[in-house]
Design a protein around this ligand. Structure first.
Ligand code: GCW
Length: 667
């Protein structure tokens, strides 16, 4: 029975009989040209996938005959392949003998082409449309695990860590499937442990285990990284006769310790990706403890990783008090622009707060033109409903990636231009997604949550893809090509982010959950000063330059003018930028208080519609996945109602306004 384990790598017998016959007539065997482990993976995947799709054995052979699917490096015109780079690929159908060729200038591209070819068949597309050429837009496409040594996962809602640290270097089957999942959508780097990092991950005894894991990942074109605790030299020399007692990046003993550690790592993991570091944030140690800057702290590590082709990713997520959370990152990192070395990368969350359902774009994307940047997006739904509320995030991510910074000429560059390297020609840039994978059978805790992982990876590969295209692909790969299932599910998925916003936190307020808790249930009284200043007269947060915290001044002039102005600020960010009386009129013509009420009630109704629409698909989707998803919608309805009632009661309690419609009533 179906349990979701296959995710979008579902290579079941092709449902359409004539397509199946068409494929069977054209495909007979797989040929791998070359002996590289990544090419072997590609061949294995093709043989397994095609055998499943065609319902008969499609073996790997040595000779190219009629019906071959050939995969290899430089099998097609090397000039065209060189233009696509080692991760790009071409797929071409050729005659004499009739065959399909999948090729690239590099092994990794060939693997990506193999997956894309299988997806073409999963989507039941004709082979005369199989010719394609593609390449990833951004160089670094990375997953961040927030997995701990005890296998708990910070902000994870899909069970325990898939990595069984204490069992390594013994390997589990599932690690191969994990690597396949990443490679199938072009992820090429993974950081396997939490950014709130335990120094234990760097202890010498742990390294053989990490090396074993890296070996599995390597054959699928994925490089392993570790989150490093900045105070590791202190922690890991504690029991020494002459322990190191500081983590000052300018201290020679500290430098030597890192030098030795990095050399030790590369001796057994030659393609080790590098370190991800969260420093001087939320209690983590860092260079500021010793009067050094973030750039000095980062460069000390970057310089030692550089000779090994390693990189150092340094997070810009720093905040102190609640009052100036939105401004803090920019104020700390903007002055450091130009100081980070070539293989150092600053990883910046999409918004200035913390993955709320709606935030303005982090002003750092316009504010660090001389710094390599990764955009950090949260695939795991920390603030967007865990594994209970359906919230498909690709539409949100699109608004962020398409955002024009106006920091160059015209409206240029967009966020996506910055992180693909198009803006400043950088190569150490890209996407980091805080993953949602765990050891649950369905990987992501609820079946539809897998769409967010798929969508993240697809946008990292091609940020110009539309949400409609990305979700359609995911649905077809996951549930097949039934038109009715596709159209119902697509409509639900594409609305779900804005629906979640409407019954939790409309108008850009954000952060209405208890800050020190699970970030799931509504708790608006606990976030006064963090996300709002609610009184009997009004609500919102004045972040203008003129009268507020000054946040709007961190953007290019264009956005300063738009966000700073009560008239021009878009409704969906109004309460992020301004404090307004309840009777303030929105562009829609409604008052703020009426909008808050209406949107919570409408949003809840929409969730009921999701539940009903899905239940009508009973019989169209296999019973086990259908029932599983239906049960999640039942929980979703209960939680949406809780949000609606809590937030509406909260604002009624303060405003005492029942309605500003025709029967205006204040109690
Ligand atoms: O969102 C907050 C989370 C923390 C997380 C932190 C961060 C890993 O609540 O759980 O810690 O952000 O991104 O560093």
């Amino acid at each position: 029975s179906e349990d979701g384990y296959d995710l979008w790598l579902r290579h079941r017998l092709v449902a359409d009989r004539s397509m199946l016959a068409h494929y069977r007539a054209a495909i007979d065997h797989v040929v791998v040209l070359g002996n590289h482990p990544v090419l072997r993976s590609a061949g294995e995947e093709l043989a397994r996938g095609l055998s499943g799709l065609l319902g008969r054995a499609i073996p790997v052979r040595n000779e190219v005959g009629k019906g071959a699917v050939v995969v290899g490096v430089n099998v097609l015109s090397p000039e065209s392949l060189a233009r696509l780079g080692p991760e790009g690929f071409m797929v071409k159908r050729l005659d004499g003998p009739e065959r399909v060729v999948i090729s690239s200038a590099g092994e990794q591209g060939a693997l990506y082409g193999a997956f894309r070819f299988l997806q073409h068949l999963q989507r039941q597309l004709p082979l005369n449309q199989v010719d394609m050429a593609d390449r990833p837009a951004s160089p670094l496409r990375m997953i961040n695990h927030w997995d701990n040594l005890n296998r708990s996962v910070e902000r994870g809602y899909a069970g325990k860590s898939i990595f069984v640290w204490d069992e390594l270097p013994e390997l589990r089957e599932r690690y191969v499937d994990y690597a396949r999942v990443l490679a199938s959508v072009g992820i090429n780097h993974t950081v396997v442990n939490n950014v709130n990092a335990s120094a234990e991950f760097l202890r010498s005894e742990r390294l053989p285990g990490l090396a074993a894991l890296a070996g599995v990942l390597r054959s699928w074109g994925v490089r392993l990284w570790v989150s490093a605790n900045y105070a590791s030299p202190i922690t890991l020399t504690k029991d020494q006769a002459d322990p190191i007692t500081v983590a000052d990046p300018l201290d020679p003993r500290v430098q030597q310790w890192w030098q030795d550690k990095i050399e030790e790592i590369y001796r057994i993991i030659p393609d080790f990706g590098g370190f991800l570091v969260k420093a001087n944030s939320e209690g983590q140690p860092g260079p500021l403890d010793y009067g050094r800057t973030h750039a000095e702290g980062a460069n000390m590590l970057a310089d030692r990783l550089a000779p090994h082709d390693g990189r150092l990713v340094w997070r810009s997520f720093v905040h102190e008090g609640f009052d100036d959370w939105a401004e803090h990152q920019y104020r700390v990192f903007h002055p450091l622009d130009g100081q980070f070395h070539e293989n150092a990368v600053v990883q910046t969350k999409n918004g200035p707060i913390d993955f709320q359902v709606r935030e303005p774009v982090n002003p750092l994307f316009g504010g660090l033109p001389r710094t390599n940047q990764l955009i950090e997006l949260q695939v795991t739904q920390e603030y967007t409903g865990h594994s209970t509320h359906l919230c498909y995030l690709v539409p949100e991510w699109k608004t962020i990636l398409d955002f024009p910074t106006y920091t160059g000429t015209g409206s240029w560059p967009t966020v996506s231009d910055v992180v693909t390297g198009a803006a400043y020609g950088q190569e150490n840039v890209g996407f980091a997604g805080v993953g949602n994978l765990g050891d649950d059978r369905d990987w992501t805790g609820y079946q539809l949550g897998a769409a967010n992982l798929h969508g993240f990876a697809r946008l990292a590969w091609d940020p110009t893809a539309t949400a409609d295209e990305v979700v359609t692909e995911w649905i077809e790969l996951t549930f097949g090509c039934d038109r009715r299932v596709g159209s119902v599910l697509k409509a639900i998925m594409l609305q779900s982010w804005q629906v979640y916003e409407s019954y939790t936190s409309p108008l850009g307020m954000g952060y209405l959950t208890y800050p020190l808790g699970a970030h799931f249930a509504p708790a608006p009284t606990t976030t006064q000063n963090l996300s709002h200043h609610t009184t009997a007269e009004g609500t919102g947060f004045d972040r203008t330059e003129a009268t507020g915290s000054g946040y709007t001044g961190l953007y290019a002039q264009h956005w300063q003018d738009v966000y700073g102005s009560l008239e021009r600020c878009p409704d969906e960010l109004l309460l992020f930028m301004h404090w307004v009386p309840y009777t303030h009129q929105l562009h829609s013509g409604k008052t703020v208080i009426q909008h808050i009420y209406d949107s919570h009630f409408d949003g809840y109704e929409r969730v009921l519609e999701f539940q009903r629409a899905w239940s009508r698909l009973k019989g169209q989707v296999d019973a086990s996945r259908h029932g599983d998803i239906a049960a999640t919608f039942d929980d979703h309805v209960v939680e949406a109602e809780r949000w609606r009632d809590t937030i509406v009661a909260y604002f009624f309690g303060w405003s005492r306004i029942l309605s500003t419609g025709p029967g205006w009533l204040q109690l």
